[in-house]
Structure formats: C-alpha cells, structure tokens
Ligand binder design. Structure first.
Ligand code: LLP
Length: 385
C-alpha cells in the first residue's frame, strides 16, 4: 500500500477507473464552508462541469453547496442529486429552448444570461409559461488570468459574457420585459488561477462597475464571481486542500459589497481535483531506441487534460518500491498526443503494476470519450470499495 490507495481491492478490478477519496472530499468541503461562513452573505456553488459523479454530487449537496450548471443535462444531474432548485444557477453562451424550459419548469434560482437575443428568448419562453425568470448578466470584465490560454474566459476577445459598455443597456432592456427579473451580475475570469492578484483585479473591476451602476441608482441583489481557484498539481500529497482562507479573504477584503448583497462563488476544480486519481495498469514496458516507454491501459480518452492542455499530473507507481527509473508514460490510443507525461521518474515498473495519475478528480471522468470504441471509465468512491 502506497499513499491512501487500497490496492489489494484494486487487484480484481478492471482498469482503467477513477478512484475518489471521499474523506479528502469531505475535508475539502469542510474547509470551504468554514472559511466561507466567516463572511456574511457568501454563498458557494459547485460547478457541476468539473465532476458529475452521482456520489460526489450527493456529498457536495450534503455539505450545503448550491449547483452551477451549464447545460440541461447538468440541471437534471443536480436535481437528481437532490440540490434544491432554489440553489441552482444556469450559465452558458448557447442555451437551447428545451434547456431554458427545463430551468423554468424546475424553478431554478437564476439564469446567467450572456447576450440580448438570449434574454429575449428567456422572456418569451417564461411568458408562455406565465412565469418570471430571475436573470443575472454575465459581464465580460476584460480581466486576464495568468493561466493556460485555453482556459481564460474573461478577456474581451473571448466568446463569453456581455461587453461592459453594453451592461447598462441590457439592464434597461430587461426592465422593459415582463417575464424576467434582473437580480445580479455574473463574472468568471478563467480557471486554475493561483495568483490572488488576478482575483483582486476582478474585485477592482466589479467595484468600478458597481459605482457606475449606483450613479444610475441601480443596486443589484447579488454578485457572482464565478470559480477559478486552482490546485497544486505538483504536490497533491503535500497540499491536498487549496488555500480557501486566502481565496475568500481576498474577496472579503477587496470587494465592496453593498448592504444586503450576496456574493456567490462557483468553484469546480478546487473542490474535487485532489480527491480523484485515474488508476491504470501497466501493460508493457517497451525499450525504445532512445527511451523507455511505460505503456498503460488508460489513454487520452480517459483523461484528456495532458493531450489537450499539456497539463501536468503527478504520476506514481503504487505497486512498486523499487529504485526509480525514467519513462515516458503513454496510452494505447492511435494518436501521437496520447502521452500522459514524458521523462518521469517512477519506481521501477513491470507489467501489471498499478499507476496512479493524480489530481484527476476535476475535468477527468466527465471529459472522457469513447474514441477508438473504448468503454467509458467508471468512477468508484472510497466509501464503496
Ligand atoms: N463558472 C463558470 C462560468 C465557468 O465557466 C467555470 C469553468 C467555472 C465556474 C468553474 O471553474 P473552476 O473553479 O473549475 O476553475 N476543462 C478545463 C477547465 C475548463 C473550465 C471551464 N469553466 C480543464 O481541464 O482545466
């Protein structure tokens, strides 16, 4: 046994699969609620897109978090996991009519609207049902985040949100519509952000926008700052729980909330990344001309982050205590980008050894595909093994 993995239980299991350490998830949730509850009006939602495993969702719901959804399927998953509809928010640049209707029928807390044409359709569909939909406007704050280009969202060049210069006009248009109720502003600048300065920049921008609105006598009920807090992919054992204190304290200190305003967060990665590992078996060790390959039975279909974003995940041989050797860890998919890592040091590895690819609880299982007609990986929790 290495780390917290019950490898004797793994012996009879078909690989690859995701393993979720539920004790770590519960400790992480405890840290989130303890730190957020120190500040009045802070409400934390979980971004379902990071991991929608049903046991994981139930545990998060039990901790009292709300749900942040970006599709009809995610609204259904949240309702199934027992999230109250009054704590479900729904964002996304391209909401289909059936998805909007699903949200209206469920009576969700709020639609985070990203364009005027979308606002018009929500108003029309809500009118057809004689309902009033709460809407918040996702504003593109043109604030950069120091993270991978594919996961920044808050720059003017990105497809997300409404330009700042159009904010007042959309608020004015909403006030003329009968079936929408404007409740707040929504922001999200990107993901895997570790520099609190990026969140401070967002706070400064929101403070300016609030001052601007106040000059027109508009005070919103809620501000939603999205998610984005990163995790330490290099040290999943040393730093398993992100620094939620620094994160919430940054907002408490820098954002000037008006009396009675609530501040919403939509954390995804920081909640679930560290509790998950992709467990795979070594199939072959191949001595190439220049290097050694450790060929495993998981591939980019099971965890696409290294191939898609050149993301780093720590890799460990959890079956071996032998001296270290250097390998390229690769999968079986017919694509040359199907590489988990190059030149990594692993305890000397042989066929059958279990390899853990760490920090894979967020954007792992949920982004899996069936390319090459492969079965989707299953997620197992420590509670059930
Ligand atoms: N709210 C909104 C509006 C979002 O777009 C996202 C993530 C979140 C919240 C949650 O962000 P988080 O706290 O997890 O950073 N697949 C990529 C990440 C894409 C994130 C997309 N939006 C990855 O594997 O790194």
């Amino acid at each position: 046994m290495k780390g917290h993995f019950p490898i004797e239980r793994f012996a009879s299991m078909r690989t690859p699969f995701y393993y979720y350490d539920m004790d770590l998830l519960r400790q992480t949730l405890q840290a989130i609620t303890t730190e957020a509850n120190k500040h009045e009006g802070f409400c934390v939602h979980y971004a379902i897109k990071a991991n929608a495993n049903s046991q994981v969702l139930k545990t998060i719901r039990q901790a009292g978090l709300g749900a942040d959804c970006v599709s009809g399927g995610e609204i259904e998953a949240s309702l199934k996991a027992g999230f109250p509809s009054s704590k479900i928010v729904y964002a996304g640049v391209g909401k289909s009519d059936w998805e909007i209707n699903l949200g209206l029928d469920a009576g969700i807390q709020c639609f985070n609207v990203e364009s005027v044409p979308e606002l018009e359709i929500i108003n029309e569909l809500a009118g057809a049902k004689n309902k009033i939909a709460n809407v918040a406007f996702r504003i593109n704050p043109d604030v950069g985040a120091h993270t991978h280009a594919n996961i920044t969202t808050g720059l003017a060049e990105n497809k997300f949100g409404i330009a700042m210069r159009d904010m007042e006009s959309i608020i004015e248009q909403a006030s003329q519509m009968k079936n929408v109720n404007f409740v707040g502003l929504h922001f999200h600048i990107g993901s895997q952000i570790l520099d609190m300065g990026d969140f401070q920049a967002l706070c400064n921008r929101i403070n300016d926008l609030q001052d601007q609105l106040e000059r027109h006598h508009i005070i919103v009920n809620s501000i939603n700052v999205g998610g984005g807090l990163g995790v330490d992919y290099q040290h999943p054992n040393r730093i398993p729980i992100p620094d939620f204190k620094a994160y919430f304290d940054t907002y408490a200190k820098r954002l000037k909330l008006r009396p009675g305003q609530t501040l919403h967060f939509e954390l995804g990665r920081a909640v679930v990344a560290q509790m998950g590992s992709l467990i795979t078996r070594t199939l072959y060790i191949k001595n190439g001309a220049a290097k050694k390959f450790c060929i495993v039975d998981a591939g980019m279909t099971d965890l696409i982050r290294p191939a898609l974003y050149q993301a780093y995940h720590k890799i460990e041989n959890i079956s071996s205590e032998e001296p270290f050797e250097t390998y390229d860890v690769v999968g079986p998919i017919c694509e040359s980008s199907d590489v988990f890592a190059k030149q990594v040091d692993l305890n000397s590895t042989k066929r059958g050894d279990f390899i853990a690819i760490r920090s894979a609880g967020a954007y792992g299982e949920i982004m899996a595909s069936q390319y090459n007609c492969r079965p989707l990986p299953v997620g197992y929790t420590s509670d059930e093994l």
